[in-house]
Design a protein around this ligand. Structure first.
Ligand SMILES: [Mg+2]
Length: 194
């Protein structure tokens, strides 16, 4: 089983909602920040730019009355557990081989994995910042399958974004488009996951 993290096990890491809340809180110019984020984010998520470098380009390119530490703490505070799904996944992890297959920058990914002890039940982290490729590129799913040494038809991807679930199906994996814990439980049961 391959798990997306943001929007499934935890809230999104640094998606539209988190950026809107945080940029409003610090009084950033929304248009300027959005433009700068758009250029820097793919490199951040591919692990080619650190969080400090990302913040330097998107927020601290001009003097601010708050510090990078303040901004980073606010970013991290946006990461909250989706408790029902997390508890369900922890239980499944006792019987199934499970891995993360997610898009995230290195710093925020490590914060999230450590804070919510995701390595207790996920055996490996096939994350964009380590693999250098992003979902929904099919290459990302093939890498996950190769590194876990599992056939596509033996694997299921759980992801909240329709496009990411479709990409998993395009390489022959099963996929569940996650909506909530109850729906996930039902759809996995239909695939024989009890
Ligand atoms: Mg997601």
């Amino acid at each position: 089983m391959f798990w997306d993290i943001g929007g499934v096990l935890l809230t999104n890491g640094w998606d539209r909602e988190q950026r809107a809340t945080t940029s409003a809180r610090f009084g950033l110019d929304a248009t300027d920040f959005a433009e700068r984020h758009k250029l820097a984010a793919p490199e951040l998520e591919r692990g080619r730019m650190s969080l400090a470098e990302y913040m330097e380009q998107t927020v601290f390119h001009t003097p601010r009355d708050f510090t990078p530490g303040d901004f980073r703490a606010a970013m991290e505070a946006e990461s909250q557990p989706q408790a029902d799904t997390l508890a369900y996944a922890r239980d499944l992890g006792q019987r199934w081989r499970m891995y993360a297959l997610n898009n995230e920058g290195r710093d925020l990914n490590e914060y999230r994995v450590r804070t919510y002890t995701l390595s207790d039940f996920l055996l490996g982290f096939f994350t964009s910042c380590y693999l250098g490729v992003l979902k929904p590129n099919p290459a990302m799913y093939r890498l996950g399958l190769d590194l876990a040494h599992v056939r596509a038809d033996e694997a299921v991807m759980i992801d909240d974004r329709p496009q990411n679930a479709e990409a998993a199906r395009s390489v022959g994996m099963h996929a569940v488009r996650y909506q909530n814990a109850a729906q996930l439980r039902e759809e996995l049961a239909a695939l024989g996951v009890k």
